[in-house]
Design a binder for this molecule. Sequence first.
Ligand code: NAP
Length: 291
Amino acid sequence: MISATTKIYGIVGRPLGHSLSPLLQNSLARATDTDMIYVAFHVSENIETAINGAFELGISGFNVTVPFKTDMLKLIEKIEKKAKKIGAVNTLVRGETGYIGYNTDITGLEMSLGNNGMSVKNKNVILLGAGGAAKSALCLAIENQAKTVTVINRNIKKAEKLKEEFSRIYTAIEVLSLDAVKKNIGLLKYDDYFVFQTTSVGMYPNVNDCIIENSKFYKKCDAGIDLIYTPFETVFIKNMQDQGRKCINGLDMLILQGVASFELWNGIKVNREIIENIKKMLLKDLREKMK
Ligand code: NAP
C-alpha cells in the first residue's frame, strides 16, 4: 500500500518504453516487503534540472541509463571509486546533501560470469564495441587480470579513446577496426579469446543482424557473453554455439545489476530464490513483448 512514507525510486533516461527496470525493482520490493515504488522518468532534455528537482522532492534514488550515464558524473558531488574508474554512473543513492553515484553494471556483469562458471583471469579478451557497456567489460577484464584485451570497433577513434583512458592502469590493450578484422581474421593473434559482445547489433527488432558473420572469427573464441537480452539468443550466440563455444546472454547481468542497486538503496541482501523467481517472471514478460 502506497502511503506518505513510501520511498520513491526511478530510472532516468530516454527512451524508456521497453525498460524492464520498473518491473524488476517493483517485484524486488514486493518480494522483500520493502515500502517503495519505482517508476520510469523519461528525461527529454535537461538532466541537471531533473536531478536537482528530484533531490528537492525527496526522491530516494535512481538508476541511470542511456544517454546520461557519463553526463551524470558532472552533476553529482560524490562518486564511488569504481564508478569513477569506469567513468559512468548507473545508480544514484540519496546522501545528506546530494546523490552519490555508483556503477552496478560491472557488479552485474561479474556476477553473471561467475554464476555461469566463466572467468577472464589470464585470458585473452576481445571487446566487440567501445561504448558504455564496453567500458564496464574493460574494467572487469583489467580487475580480473585478463592477459590481453583487443578492442574491436566500427569507429576506431572511439576504441583508441578507450585505450587511452585506461593506459595508465593497463598496457596490454590493442585496438582494431571492425572493418579490418572482417577483412582479415588473421589480425587476431590468439585462438582462445573470451569475447564480450557489447555492441547493439542483433538487438530486437534487428534480430537477424550480427556484428561478425565469418565463422573463422568464432573458431578463435573459447567462450563469451553477448550483453543483449532481446532476443535471448542472438545470431552472435548461435554462431558461437555452432562452433561449440559457450556463450551466455545479458539477462543475468541486467537482473544482477538491478539487484545490486536495490541492495545499495535498501541495505539488504536479496536471496537467490527471489532472484530466480523474478528471472522467470521477466522471461515471461520478454517473451510476450517479442511476440
Ligand atoms: P553505446 O554506448 O551506444 O555503444 C554502442 C556500441 O555498438 C558502439 O561500440 C557502436 O559502435 C556499436 N554499434 C552500434 N551499431 C553498430 C553497427 N551497426 N555496426 C557496428 N557497430 C555498431 O551503447 P552501450 O550502452 O554500450 O550498450 C550496448 C549494448 O549493450 C546494447 O545492446 C545494450 O542493450 C547492451 N547492454 C546490456 C546491459 C545488460 O545489463 N545486459 C547493460 C548495458 C548495456 P560505434 O562506436 O562505431 O558507433
